[in-house]
Design a protein around this ligand. Structure first.
Ligand code: GTP
Length: 262
């Protein structure tokens, strides 16, 4: 569900360039001021604008779930190569149904937009913030040391809790969020699905423990031996150094983390 927008059936025969033009110019996406010096430049800008739109959640303007999943895939890949820690936070607005039920769906939408703005103010340009579902948001924080994760999540929790949201001239609301977090493990090839499940599991615990709180998965002990590491990384290589090469100087893994023998 994506807010209170009225959905109409779309007939392919009715789709016109002018429809795409209106969509892009009204969205605030890049390409909003479409250049018209040449047809090629115009069409390229229009396509760029449509591509940008396809990655965004229409209500909040944040990355949508599909885009977030692809960012997460890239992050898992990048992390397997660089070995830098990355944190995934899943956030859910507490008792959001009550807001809809008490103040109406439009007020609920305004709360979602306000929380999105608050979250945007808490993250770095390199982080990706998405609306993951109805009242659920997700943030992936690359290069995030384990010691900082809780402090960042706490800053986010406090920022949401302390923001008053004016939904009408006579009414301001404030909401809280529960946050679950998990680090991608540097020495195990994680999958995005597993990573999300681990963070979601922490979110569930934050909700169960009373809401408006943070649960971050303990970092498992990563001081594994070189031998354990070599068993964890990929298939065993068939490469063995020639007999005259000192085997102790041959690296266990290449720059991409691929096992190279020994
Ligand atoms: N206004 C609005 N409401 C939405 C949207 N998407 C989902 N919702 C509502 O979000 C509510 C989610 O309610 P629940 O899943 O019961 O969760 P909750 O009330 O926040 O309770 P807890 O998560 O357990 O604290 C439902 O009432 C949905 O209708 C949206 O785009 N706009």
């Amino acid at each position: 569900m994506t807010g209170s927008a009225t959905y109409q059936s779309v007939f392919l025969r009715d789709l016109r360039l002018s429809t795409a033009h209106s969509l892009v110019t009204q969205s605030g996406a890049p390409g909003q001021g479409l250049p018209n010096e040449t047809p090629t430049r115009y069409l390229q800008a229009l396509i760029d604008g449509l591509c940008e739109l396809s990655l965004r959640d229409p209500l909040t303007g944040l990355a949508n779930r599909r885009h977030f999943r692809s960012v997460l895939e890239r992050e898992v890949d990048r992390m397997a190569r660089s070995g830098e820690a990355a944190l995934l936070l899943m956030l859910d607005i507490d008792h959001f149904k009550k807001i809809n039920d008490t103040h109406g769906h439009i007020a609920g939408d305004m709360v979602l937009q306000s929380v999105a703005r608050t979250l945007l103010g808490c993250v770095r340009p390199m982080d990706t913030l998405a609306r993951y579902g109805g009242e659920e948001f997700a943030i992936v924080l690359p290069s995030c040391q384990a010691t900082y994760g809780r402090a960042i999540a706490e800053r986010i929790r406090e920022a949401v809790e302390s923001t008053m949201i004016r939904v009408s001239p006579a009414l301001a609301l404030n909401v809280s969020v529960s946050i679950g977090g998990a680090y991608a493990l540097q020495w195990i090839r994680s999958t995005t699905q597993l990573w999300i499940e681990r963070a979601d599991n922490q979110l569930y615990q934050a909700k169960s423990a009373g809401r408006n709180r943070i649960c971050i998965e303990e970092q498992p002990d990563s001081t594994v031996s070189a031998e354990e590491k070599s068993m964890l990384f990929g298939p065993l290589s068939t490469y063995y150094p020639p007999a005259d090469v000192d085997r102790s100087t041959v690296p266990l893994a290449d720059a991409s983390g691929r096992h190279t023998g020994r």
